[in-house]
Design a protein around this ligand. Structure first.
Ligand code: K2U
Ligand code: ZN
Length: 181
């Protein structure tokens, strides 16, 4: 397994739309393992392949207290949405900023698992929020896109200033660790 660098807003590679996975093979499973390792190390409760500059429709999530409930969704599709919820969201690609975002309260999702098998499941609570957040990433969308232009530009300028101050060539710092400086 390997730790991957997490891209930070406003990196334009975060705006690329990810492509469907054609074949769930060992290389995809290796990527999934790297995504879990990167997510747990960040630490985070979700991660989309787009965030590590891989344009494949893959997300991982684990909202458990003790990192014991890993979820891998490949080519995820939301087949139904119900209700509404609002929550203060953060993002490993927008380190240090938290803003309220409104999303569906319950979703029905269809995806492939890490063995390439189709599954469908109803999800609510924090996991539902997380999966909607990650599917946005696969579509090149960030939670800051739900904010006003003024707020989004303010966050962008602060992160650009932070990146300019961070030592270059240190991948560990280029990832989410830099966000905690
Ligand atoms: O996409 C990401 O950057 C992962 C997010 C997932 C997430 C965002 C908003 C709401 C729920 C999940 C990160 O895990 S944000 C960091 C974080 C860590 C612990 C709890 C909540 C958020
Ligand atoms: Zn995010």
């Amino acid at each position: 397994m390997a730790l991957r660098e997490i891209l930070h807003f406003p990196d334009t590679r975060l705006r690329l739309r990810a492509h469907p996975v054609e074949q769930v093979d060992d290389s995809v499973r290796q990527l999934v393992d790297d995504m879990f390792e990167t997510m747990y190390a960040a630490p985070g409760i979700g991660l989309a392949a787009t965030q590590i500059n891989v344009q494949k429709r893959i997300l991982v999530a684990d909202v458990s207290e003790d990192q014991t409930e890993p979820h891998c969704l490949i080519n995820p599709e939301i087949v139904s949405r119900e209700g509404e919820e609002e929550m203060d969201e953060g993002c490993l690609s927008v380190p240090g900023f938290y803003e309220t975002v409104r999303r569906a309260e319950r979703i029905r999702v269809r995806a492939l698992n890490r063995d390439g098998e189709v599954f469908e499941t109803e999800i609510d609570g924090l996991l539902a929020v997380c999966i909607q957040h990650e599917i946005d990433h696969l579509d090149g969308k960030l939670f800051v896109d739900y904010l006003s232009t003024l707020k989004r530009n303010r966050i962008r300028k602060k992160l650009e200033k932070q990146a300019a101050r961070a030592p270059s060539g240190s991948p560990a710092l280029a990832g989410s660790a830099a966000g905690r400086l």
